[in-house]
Design a protein around this ligand. Sequence first.
Ligand SMILES: [Zn+2]
Length: 200
Amino acid sequence: MQAARPDVADFVKAQAPDLRNPESCPALVLNADFRPLSYYPLSLWSWQDTVKAVFLDRVNIVSEYETIVHSPSTDFVLPSVVSLKTYVKPPRYPAFTRFNVFLRDGFTCQYCGAPHELTFDHVIPRRAGGRTTWDNVVAACSPCNLRKGGRMPKQANMMPRNKPIQPTVYQLHETGRRFPPNYCHESWQDYLYWDTELEA
Ligand SMILES: [Zn+2]
């Protein structure tokens, strides 16, 4: 069964922070091609870092909040979206981290599909020489992890739903787009096509 995904607009209404407070005004950071530097976690900068980058002439302001910060010499409207002036080539392969393994596997157990109690399972157990690598580690819920124990996939009759592979950054981005952030300012939405399928 698939749970209904909340609409981005619900997030905006439900969790809108106090935008009068600059601390609640991070900027969405886009690459020079106007795609987010990263989707998950979403590339956001604090207002301080954003203002610094504007003054260093490293970014263009794409959109602004209504929030203004005052300094002795000037007032500054906080950007809500900025884009880098110089294109940063994204790395081809992501780091092998626990988070990225979960993300590759869509935050679901690779044996039963459960989204809860996620742990990591070595498909080929460590004691049988299985290594801790992209192609041997999958997300598994703890009941499945327990059930499989130290057995080989065939012995346990438990095969991962997706063959574990090293994903590219692009693939992880595509997966990350299925998981919208808790909060999404309305000016960000044009750059974040969460869960949108383009129909030909
Ligand atoms: Zn499971």
